[in-house]
Design a binder for this molecule. Structure first.
Ligand code: GTP
Length: 613
């Protein structure tokens, strides 16, 4: 298979649940090469547990399907708004895309952003209308909807003439015409080979490859992933790494990999046009070039988004600290962060000036909350702060902050509300395009304004809005953004909550805890509609004074408490608060727990402000 005509590189674009994983599994099974490893992990592409639960792809992964003497490399596309840059890199690695659409539900707005990128990149499209076995499926109607979408997104004539395949990934069949007999997956394989162009690559030139992604393998460490643009590469080859700063360093290829359903597999040689992985390099990054000749020019460096978000991770020093987690010490947290940095190039952690507190940088708050959730499941207990943006200074010492391009698509009737939301967050709407029932807004917005925006827009549009964003540039500080207009109800003591006390507190604001929950001084147990923090007692053991109720409180009907997810808690807290994360619980609290201590520090800060003014 040392010929580009036997290789095809494609990306899959699909809305959650339209059957991407099932389709890839079926292609792998039909291709036959996975038989040697017969327990094909179900749902090969969603390898992280967390991804399975959230139903989104967090990191783009690759799979190679072998069919006859052909290799089809399939690259997954991340589905979350925080990973816009990764989508762009994926589109540069492939020559075509499979647009997978449910024959019942039709194309969904979430895929629009990725499809638009594919169209802009000039990629060839194959439309797969899946789940035709579903009762009440309407493949013909869905086909019309897809064509409308392609037109709206300004597909070229060639892209608009995309071939269609219909089928049922679940039943392992694909057909080119709805009246064809339903036999197997062959029609899709054939169509991929016929319609997707072979990779443009130069097999006879010296080896060169642009690193498009970094993977991690527990045995070999960092794996540079990319498409070979010219030549070929074998284990033990001596090559050069052209770094982004222009320097070149020598390296030896320790292993060549191809992608399987469950990970990577060694292969003797990587050839031009193929997407492969190479190990043997400690110090490499996305966008750098690997090449056989030192004197060759490196490929143009592909910029990676800078880390613009930072958060603090700290040892849990609260009254319940260490009681619920397996790993709770500063050393354990630091070791875990160091391990993460090796395999996840988008996370950078460092020790802060304060013992037991670490700064964690990433490209989006979603990436950090995924890490926190993973740590929690592994048995860690820790405190995390609200995400903040990484500021810079210009030559004159003025503050600069990161800005993003934001695309947000909402039902027409929600446009006014969403525009208000954007302007409150200092976003400037630059373009507005109306489709049938929806409108796409394009805005430039400070990265600060993106934090928590998704939650608010989902509330506002009843879950019908979709957003994506991409780092744009650093620019002058845009002014204050009020993130929370409410204050908190804080527990003023350590004990268990009682129905009596909570019932009385219901008038004060929304509650975040029910009865019988352990709370402590400085823990946030509810929301005060006014902006200040109000210490309250939620733990009075029995009716005091003249509260008239029968018996021991069993008759009291409390409103259900508001329960926050990890992501939501992280976005909800203010700068002087933490989320306490343990394997069993999520709590929100003040960084300084004792009321007296907080008051003292606030006074000191005020004095400092006045002396500086
Ligand atoms: P995420 O992993 O959540 O991104 O979804 P996905 O797009 O990978 O979809 P997945 O393959 O997990 O399929 C979603 C659901 O649809 C599963 O319950 C599948 O069994 C089902 N499904 C997939 N293909 C078909 C099909 O052709 N027909 C029917 N009836 N169901 C299907």
């Amino acid at each position: 298979m040392s010929d580009t005509k036997n290789i095809r590189n494609i990306a899959i674009i699909a809305h959650v649940d339209h059957g991407k994983t099932t389709l890839v599994d079926e292609l792998l099974k039909s291709g036959g090469t996975e038989r040697e490893n017969s327990q094909l992990a179900e749902r090969a592409m969603d390898s992280m547990d967390l991804e399975k639960e959230k139903g989104i792809t967090i990191k783009a992964k690759n799979t190679s399907v072998h069919w006859k003497d052909k290799t089809i490399n399939i690259v997954d596309t991340p589905g979350h708004a925080d990973f816009g840059a990764e989508v762009e890199r994926v589109m540069k690695m492939v020559e075509g895309v499979l647009l997978l659409v449910d024959a019942h539900d039709g194309p969904q707005a979430q895929t629009r952003f990725v499809l638009k990128k594919a169209i802009a990149e000039g990629l060839k499209i194959i439309v797969v209308i899946n789940k035709i076995d579903r009762p009440h499926s309407t493949p013909e109607k869905v086909q019309d909807l897809v064509l409308e979408l392609l037109m709206e997104l300004e597909a070229s004539e060639d892209q608009f003439d995309a071939p269609f395949v219909y089928g049922s990934a679940k039943n392992g069949i694909m057909i080119k015409d709805l009246s064809d007999p339903q036999e197997n997956m062959e029609p899709l394989f054939q169509m991929i080979m016929e319609s997707i162009p072979e990779p443009v690559a130069m097999p006879d030139e010296p080896f060169k490859m642009l690193i498009s992604n970094i993977d991690w393998d527990d045995y070999v460490g960092r794996v540079a992933v990319g498409k070979i643009l010219s030549g070929s590469v074998k284990t033990s080859d001596r090559i050069f790494v052209a770094h982004r700063d222009g320097k070149k360093s020598r390296a030896r290829v320790s292993k060549v990999f191809e992608f399987t359903s469950t990970g990577i597999k060694e292969t003797p040689e990587g050839v031009a046009g193929n997407i492969i992985g190479l190990s043997g390099f400690e110090d490499i990054d996305i966008g750098e070039t690997l090449m056989a000749n030192e004197e060759d020019t490196a490929l143009p460096f592909v910029e990676i988004d800078p880390a613009t978000i930072q958060m603090q991770f700290a040892v849990n020093d609260g009254p319940l600290g260490g009681t619920e987690g397996k790993y709770v010490t500063s050393r354990q947290i630091w070791e875990r962060l160091q391990k993460e940095m090796k395999s996840n190039i988008s996370i950078h952690a460092s020790e802060s000036s304060k013992g037991g507190v670490f700064n964690v940088l990433a490209r989006g708050s979603m990436q950090i909350s995924v890490l926190v959730e993973m740590m929690r499941r592994e048995g860690f207990e820790l405190l995390v702060s609200r995400p903040d943006v990484v500021m810079k200074k210009d030559e004159e010492g003025k503050n600069l902050e990161p800005f993003e391009n934001l695309w947000i698509e909402v039902p027409n009737e929600c446009v006014g509300g969403v525009m208000k939301l954007l302007s409150e967050r200092r976003g400037k709407t630059e373009n507005m395009v109306q489709h049938n029932n929806t409108t796409t807004l394009e805005a430039v917005i400070p990265t600060r304004g993106i934090i928590g925006l998704e939650f608010e827009q989902i509330n506002l549009t009843n879950g019908r809005g979709v957003m994506s964003h991409l780092f744009k540039e650093y620019g002058p500080y845009a002014g204050e953004i009020v993130v929370r207009r409410t204050g908190t109800l804080l527990s003023n003591n350590k004990a268990c909550t009682t129905a009596y006390s909570l019932f009385a507190l219901e008038d004060r604001g929304k509650l975040f805890v029910g009865a019988g929950i352990e709370v402590y001084e400085g823990m946030i147990i509810g929301e005060n509609p006014r902006r200040e923090d109000l210490p309250v007692n939620a733990t009075k053991p029995k009716q005091l004074t003249n509260f008239r109720s029968n018996g021991d409180g069993k008759g009291i009907q409390l409103a259900p408490p508001m329960i926050f997810s990890l992501e939501r808690s992280i976005e909800y807290i203010a700068g002087d608060e933490y989320v306490e994360v343990t394997p069993q619980n999520l709590r929100m609290r003040k960084k300084i727990l004792r009321f007296e201590d907080r008051k003292r520090v606030q006074k000191q800060l005020k004095q400092l402000d006045e002396s500086l003014a």
